[in-house]
Design a protein around this ligand. Sequence first.
Ligand code: KG4
Ligand code: ZN
Length: 347
Amino acid sequence: MLIIGFESSCDETGVAIAGTDRGLIAHALHSQIAMHREYGGVVPELASRDHIRRIVPLTREVMAQAGVKPGDLGAVAYTAGPGLAGALLVGASFAKSFAWSLGLPAIPIHHLEGHLLSPQLADEAPDFPFVALLVSGGHTQLMRVAGVGRYELLGETLDDAAGEAFDKSAKLLGLSYPGGPELSRLAQSGNPAAYDLPRPMLHSGNLDFSFSGLKTAVLTRMRALDASGRAADPAARADLAAATEAAIVDVLATKALQALRQTGLRTLVVAGGVGANQRLRSRLQTALAAMGGRVYFPPLSLCTDNGAMIAWAAVQRVRAGLVDLQDFKRPEFGVRPRWDLQDVCIA
Ligand code: KG4
Ligand code: ZN
């Protein structure tokens, strides 16, 4: 069965086609980053309007790429949440109308489940069970993943998400949105040991995180640089960027390894936008190799939001027998801007 998936939860419009017996077949993406940059963050109303502009051309592009006609499709999937309400509604209403016009089911997908299963789109895919470190702009969670729909929360952030910590620190450093990749770029020429930044909750004994204190620490260091007239010094800013990145990565890696010890597992999967961070990738690769385990990442292009992970999650749910296709042919649909992943778990 061929499934077309739509992602529109935030600032990327993504469309993809995947098959239950063929994996990912085609995907297309439009990022709104350039449009939101001048406002320093995502403007929800602009995001919704841009999704409306992009979704039809991207759908045409993906169908042409895949050589697929509407009549070849067996189901439609869309991100139903969590995310920005207006942005979600664009994808959901387009997906539902498209499905309705073809007499197909429209399968609502949880955005985080998309991220969680996306490492399986890499050439070498992880086997269940594994520990997942989900690090995006809105979430930081450690989960034990026993199979599709079998996710147990081990720990999560009590305040800011890891991506948010990157983005907010980057803003303090005068970098443009989205700050994560910009801060990492600046960090490459800096010395991470130049500043001793806090590692919040590193020794808390549990698998929860807290990043809001780090942001305050970066603010304090930036003010000190300002006061000493060094705020514009590229070397000083690069050092602070490197120290910030090192602190975030240190906490994420330490807790991920702790989760592996706690569960007795040796497979770690990293998903979500922050999974694109090279320092995090190499730190985990070294640590897992040392313990005889393995870490898996989604292909770099699929770390941040995309349609492929939504089509793929739908394929996985259909394959696992978790989707009542008849039920999703009913006309009602909705979006859930706030949606706990536990709600899509098998009891
Ligand atoms: O998963 P994602 O695309 O969107 C959400 O669902 O939130 O994640 C976006 C987050 C942003 O906070 C962005 O700054 C961060 O991922 N990010 C990075 C990198 N690339 C993206 N953070 C650190 N290093 C990167 N290379
Ligand atoms: Zn995401």
